[in-house]
Design a protein around this ligand. Structure first.
Ligand code: ADP
Length: 274
């Protein structure tokens, strides 16, 4: 009975479904923040959306969504049911591991088994979109995750304006090219700070580097997200920013990025089309 009910995550079964992988060249650039807000934004637009958090190093998705301590359950000892938040279905490595404060120090094969389980044993049901928060960098972990995604539509690469992370993002673009994964676009996060009192914009880490780099590499630039102090407090409080602060500049910028991304994922326009 449980076997009949089971609907594994197979994007090939429906061409309408799309999977967007969120990548970054290194940690701490806002990859999970973008993944969580992208998934929330799609679900608020009425798309049934899955959010799969595969970042072992700092699974911040449960925290960002106020879902810390969530456990997933299984009817048959194998199939897992995602946690639900409206039209959003969420699975995180943390939902399998229990609450923990220690960094995860696991051997590669163990990690891969858990990641495989996240892909194979979850009954997602019908999804319009799947957003995958990938481990940072271009090493074995993001490689294994990308290879496990059955039919990826493409990747969004998150960077910050600093040169360091820009050289990291170049590696991410090359990583996607090597895997024939279309790059849907690059997002420059933490790009400038607008003073809430006087409205003056300061580019603390420089600005425009992401756009310039995207041009040079022949990939599409999706936009710049400013530094927004309220993002940090929303994250701390587990209130996804787009959902709770829908009228801010950040939210408007983010909505613009999502609608551009939606158009690009329609045609699966990717790498090389700038
Ligand atoms: P990553 O997934 O790349 O490691 P996170 O999404 O966890 O990064 O973000 C790292 C930190 O930066 C978090 O505390 C998050 O709240 C903060 N952050 C992300 N984007 C912004 C932004 N645009 N403005 C201010 N803080 C941000």
């Amino acid at each position: 009975m449980a076997e009949e009910k089971r609907q594994p995550y197979r994007l090939q079964s429906s061409p309408a479904e799309k999977t967007i992988l969120v990548l970054s060249g290194k940690g701490g650039v806002g990859k999970s923040t973008v993944a969580a807000n992208l998934a929330i934004s799609l679900s608020l637009q009425g798309f049934t959306t899955g959010l799969l958090d595969t970042d072992f190093h700092g699974p911040s998705i449960p925290k960002l969504l106020g879902m810390e301590g969530t456990r997933v359950y299984s009817d048959d000892g194998k199939t897992l049911h995602p946690a639900e938040m409206g039209a959003l279905r969420v699975i995180s490595v943390d939902f399998l591991l229990g609450s923990r404060t220690d960094p995860v120090i696991w051997r590669g094969p163990m990690k891969m088994n858990v990641i495989k389980q996240l892909f194979e044993d979850v009954e997602w049901g019908e999804l319009d979109f799947m957003v995958v928060d990938c481990p940072p960098g271009t090493g074995d972990e993001p490689l294994s995750v990308v290879q496990l995604v059955p039919d990826p539509t493409g990747a969004v690469i998150v960077t910050t304006p600093q040169e360091m992370s820009l050289s990291d993002v170049r590696r991410s673009i090359q990583f996607c090219r090597a895997l024939k994964l279309p790059v849907l676009g690059v997002i420059e996060n933490m790009s400038g700070f607008v003073c809430p009192h006087c409205g003056h914009r300061t580019d603390l880490f420089g600005s425009g580097g992401g756009e310039e780099m995207a041009k040079q590499m022949g990939v599409h630039f999706l936009g710049r997200i400013p530094i927004e102090p309220a993002i940090v407090s929303s994250g701390e409080e587990g209130k996804p920013f787009v959902y709770h602060q829908g009228k801010t500049d950040f939210a408007r910028v983010f909505e613009g990025i999502v609608s551009d991304l939606l158009k690009r994922s329609e045609t699966a326009a990717g790498d090389g089309e700038g």
